[in-house]
Ligand binder design. Structure first.
Ligand code: NAD
Length: 247
């Protein structure tokens, strides 16, 4: 039977775990989910972060499977479940292909791909067993358009994320587990500043809606895709780019 929803998306009673939770997008998503009624655990590699009132913080490195398992076990012991997993940890480089080193490829694939795989392979089976879960990963417009201010390692890593999430959407659907990906264009966070510095091209010239994104734009899309408002959406890559990419 259809479930009738009214008002803005809510996450009452749900437990949400966010990686990259001390970053621009992760922090805004944590605040939006908390305001929507979720118990939020933000994680990041940064030390002693104060993410905001009512938001729990745990420090760990997503590239380590052992650390991931340890933190998720602790969250499960404290909260009993994880309903929503948001994967926002990421790093970027814009080195052209010929100059890109093995170390750079290893670092980017390790954080951007294994940093999605590690929490997912721990929680996805548990979500399937429980019969519910929503997983959302930060992909990128770069996976679709070849990159705005990013090098090939970043583009390849984000393409892997979009593919991995589609696999998860197919495998999870019969068990009530959703998997979606955000495909943001340039969003004004530390990451965007790190690749463009003072040299960011004018948004008027490059973005149809005339401005770059902000973390709140991303947080509201994340809330929609993790809430019951999107209960017939799985396996999507949501373009959220001010019209820079349309498919
Ligand atoms: N800002 C943009 O323009 C943009 C566009 C498209 C996609 N994205 C993606 O969105 C996500 C969030 O980006 P953001 O703009 O908020 O960047 P950000 O740099 O503000 O946040 C990224 C966070 O990831 C954390 N992190 C990095 N490596 C980690 C590790 N090994 N373990 C744990 N945490 C780690 C960082 O400490 C940081 O807090 C990233 O995956 C990024 O690739 C960003």
């Amino acid at each position: 039977m259809a479930q009738h929803l009214s008002g803005p998306p809510r996450l009452d009673g749900q437990v949400a775990l966010i990686t990259g939770g001390a970053g621009g997008m992760g922090r805004a998503i944590a605040a939006a989910f908390h305001a929507a009624g979720a118990r939020v655990v933000a994680t990041d590699r940064a030390e002693h972060e104060d993410i905001g009132p009512g938001i729990e913080y745990r420090r760990y490195d997503v590239t380590s499977r052992a650390e991931t398992d340890r933190v998720i076990d602790a969250v499960l012991a404290a909260h009993g479940k994880v309903d929503v997993l948001v994967l926002c940890a990421g790093i970027i480089a814009r080195t052209p292909l010929a100059d890109s080193s093995d170390d750079e490829w290893d670092a980017i694939l390790s954080v951007n791909v294994k940093g999605v795989v590690n929490p997912a392979r721990k929680l996805f089976p548990l979500m399937c067993k429980r019969g519910f879960g929503k997983v959302l990963a930060a992909g990128s417009i770069a996976a679709k358009n070849g990159g705005v201010a990013s090098g090939p390692a970043y583009v390849a890593s984000k393409a892997a994320v979009h593919g991995m999430m589609r696999w998860m959407a197919k495998a999870g659907a019969p068990h009530g587990v959703y998997a979606n990906t955000l495909a943001p264009g340039p969003v004004e966070t530390a990451m965007w500043a790190s690749v463009t510095g003072q040299a960011a091209p004018s948004a008027n010239a490059t973005v149809p809606l005339g401005r770059y994104g902000n973390a709140e734009d991303i947080a509201q899309a994340a809330l929609f895709l993790c809430s019951p408002a999107s209960n017939w959406i799985t396996g999507t890559s949501l373009d959220i780019s001010g019209g820079m990419w349309m498919d």
